[in-house]
Design a protein around this ligand. Structure first.
Ligand SMILES: [Zn+2]
Ligand SMILES: [Zn+2]
Length: 350
């Protein structure tokens, strides 16, 4: 087994040094990150359902704030639409709604439209080509452009180990972004390679956290052995570590999920009080696991965590039992198929 120390955190997608921030830094600044400063122009009040030709006629100020350098989300989206119309992938009658789905680089429930600095928006768009995307990332504020494949309802990632993965295509820039995950027992930051990892919208993440809040309140996480069976970027397992679990087992068959989980262990390690001691060189892993591989071990602050790249159905070969096994699959997958014969613990469908 080839073990390496985890290197300093450069962005796994673009190699840049600014994409990945430590979780404490993000959490300390999240309230002010997207706020207007005293010098910011007022909300431009761009009508999102108005044809762009009308917005152009009225005119809008797209200059950055002289104080903080940020621009209103709608202004960034209007600039994007202007380029998309110029390149013919949107019509003059298109509205701001037709641009695509904007994901801010640090996802957090905001009560106001965000003001964006440099590289703070990952745009997911239909009907877009690479040359247009390369123009779009020159707009201040836009960090990456992802082309959506298939219907918006089709989840990104792998449904099962024998299925072809469904991924979006990163056309230009970088697709690493994070979400701040909030629970009754604390907050962590979870990074995602957003063209390859399920996108959570609206109430999805809060409703999953309410399930964990409930387990925490019932004393079912503190001091327990928890399996995060389809861990994705590691959200549920890391939150269980934060909740005081004594052992957390992460597993996913999708290599990107394992890479994201390792990154999220690293960037949250000071909050959780542990060190990632050693791990398998993930470049040697197949995109979709065939066998169970023990990728990493982490210890500290009363918790032991193990990361496995494997098919959930084979995990029982290496983990004989648990207290709680969390199963968080795609909405289209029937979780009833994932039974764990011989285990005494409780399986919780998230
Ligand atoms: Zn990056
Ligand atoms: Zn400002």
């Amino acid at each position: 087994m080839d073990m390496n120390q985890l290197a300093a955190v450069s962005c796994p997608a673009c190699g840049g040094s600014e994409c990945i921030e430590p979780a404490e830094f993000i959490l300390d600044n999240i309230y002010s990150r997207y706020m207007a400063c005293g010098d910011c122009l007022p909300d431009p009040q761009l009508q999102k359902d108005l044809p762009f030709s009308k917005i152009e006629q009225k005119g809008y100020d797209n200059s950055p704030c002289t104080g903080c350098g940020k621009r209103h989300l709608d202004v960034v989206m209007a600039d994007a639409l202007s380029i998309m119309i110029e390149y013919g992938c949107r019509s003059k009658g298109s509205t701001l709604f037709d641009v695509g789905t904007p994901l801010i680089s640090v996802g957090y429930p905001l009560a106001f439209p965000p003001r964006l600095g440099r590289n703070e928006l990952v745009l997911i768009a239909d009907n877009i080509s690479r040359p247009v995307a390369e123009q779009l990332i020159r707009i201040p504020g836009i960090k990456g452009v992802i082309k959506r494949e298939g219907a918006p309802s089709q989840s990104v990632g792998i449904q099962d180990t024998d299925c072809k993965p469904h991924t979006y295509e990163l056309l230009a820039g970088c697709d690493m972004r994070c979400d701040v995950v909030t629970s009754s027992f604390g907050e962590l930051c979870i990074y995602k390679s957003q063209s390859k990892i399920h996108i959570e919208f609206g109430r999805e993440s809060p409703s999953k956290m309410r399930v964990l809040d409930g387990l925490y309140a019932q004393g079912q996480l503190m001091g327990k052995v928890v399996v995060d069976g389809f861990c994705g970027p590691g959200t549920l397992g890391l939150m269980c570590a934060l909740a005081g679990a004594k052992r957390v087992i992460f597993n996913d068959a999708w290599k990107t999920a394992i890479e994201n989980t390792l990154l999220n262990i690293e960037i949250n390690k000071d909050i959780l009080g542990f060190e990632l001691t050693a791990y398998v060189d993930t470049s040697t892993l197949p995109d979709i696991a065939e066998n169970i591989v023990h990728v990493a071990s982490v210890e500290g602050n009363g918790v032991v965590m193990d990361v496995f790249h494997g098919d959930f159905r084979k995990l029982k070969e290496v983990i004989p039992d648990f207290d709680i096994c969390l199963i968080d699959t795609f909405p289209s997958v029937n979780p009833a198929g994932f039974v764990w014969n011989g285990a005494s613990g409780r399986i919780v469908i998230i």
